[in-house]
Design a binder for this molecule. Structure first.
Ligand code: PRP
Ligand code: URA
Length: 209
C-alpha cells in the first residue's frame, strides 16, 4: 500500500501560509521553500531502514542505530523543484541529485520535457521527485514515468501544495508512488493554477515576474 499524506504539521502550515502571501518577497519565499522541503523530508524518510551499531560514548558502549545505507537520489523538476534541493540535502547530504526539465504548455497545460540527467545508478536508488506545485499532476506524472523508464523502482514524490485534481491524477497514474504534500488546496482555476495556491512557484523562487 502506498502512502498519500498531507503533512499538516503546525510549522509546515505556518510557513506555507507565509509563502502564500502576495507580499512575501523572493528572498523570504526562497528560504521558506527550503525550510518546508526540509520538514517534509523528515516525514517522507520516516521508513528508511536502520541497523544496530555499537558506539563508544564518553560514558559507556551504546547499542544504537544508524541509517542502513539505502542509497537515495533527489530529482527536482526544473525550475521550481530546484528550490527544494538545499533543504532536502541538509538532512540527507549523501543523496545524489538528478534533474528533469519540464514546463507546462500555457494553452494545453501539457508538460513539455526539455532536459533529463539522472545518476547512472538510479535503478539502485530510492528516488524522491521534488516539485512545489502539484496542479494537474501532469509534470510530476511524466517525471516519474521518466525515472521509472531508467529502472527506478522505489519512488516518492514531495510537493508543497497540491490541488485535489493533481493528487488524484498522480496517484492513479503511479499507485506505487508514496506522495507527501504540505497542503491540499481547493481546486484548479481555468488557467490551471492552484486556488488559493501561491501563484507561480518558479517565478516567486527566481524573481522572474
Ligand atoms: C510549474 C510547477 C510544476 C508544474 C505543475 O512549473 O513547478 O512543475 O507547473 O503543474 P502541473 O501539475 O499541471 O503539471 P512550470 O511549468 O510553471 O515551469 P517552471 O517551474 O519552469 O516555472
Ligand atoms: N504551477 C505553479 O507554479 N503554480 C500553480 O498554481 C500551478 C502550476
Amino acid at each position: 500500500m502506498s502512502v498519500v499524506e498531507i503533512v499538516d504539521h503546525p510549522l509546515i502550515q505556518h510557513k506555507i501560509s507565509l509563502m502564500r502571501d502576495v507580499n512575501t518577497g523572493t528572498n523570504e519565499f526562497r528560504a521558506l521553500v527550503s525550510e518546508v522541503a526540509m520538514l517534509l523530508c523528515y516525514e517522507a524518510t520516516r521508513d528508511l531502514p536502520t541497523e544496530e551499531v555499537e558506539i563508544q560514548t564518553p560514558i559507556a558502549v551504546a547499542h544504537t542505530k544508524v541509517l542502513a545505507g539505502r542509497k537515495l537520489a533527489l530529482v527536482p523538476i526544473l525550475r521550481a523543484g530546484l528550490g527544494m534541493v538545499d533543504g532536502m540535502l541538509n538532512l540527507i547530504p549523501a543523496a545524489k541529485v538528478g534533474h528533469i526539465g519540464m514546463y507546462r504548455d500555457e494553452n494545453t497545460l501539457q508538460p513539455v520535457e526539455y532536459y533529463c540527467k539522472l545518476p547512472s545508478d538510479i535503478s539502485e536508488r530510492e528516488v524522491i521527485v521534488l516539485d512545489p506545485m502539484l496542479a494537474t499532476g501532469g509534470s510530476a506524472g511524466d517525471a516519474i514515468t521518466q525515472v521509472k523508464k531508467r529502472g527506478a523502482q522505489h519512488i516518492k514524490f514531495i510537493g508543497l501544495i497540491a490541488a485535489p485534481e493533481g493528487l488524484k491524477a498522480l496517484h492513479e497514474a503511479h499507485p506505487d508512488v508514496d506522495i507527501y504534500v504540505g497542503a491540499l488546496d481547493e481546486k484548479l482555476n481555468e488557467n490551471g493554477y492552484i486556488v488559493p495556491g501561491l501563484g507561480d512557484a518558479g517565478d516567486r523562487i527566481f524573481g522572474t515576474k
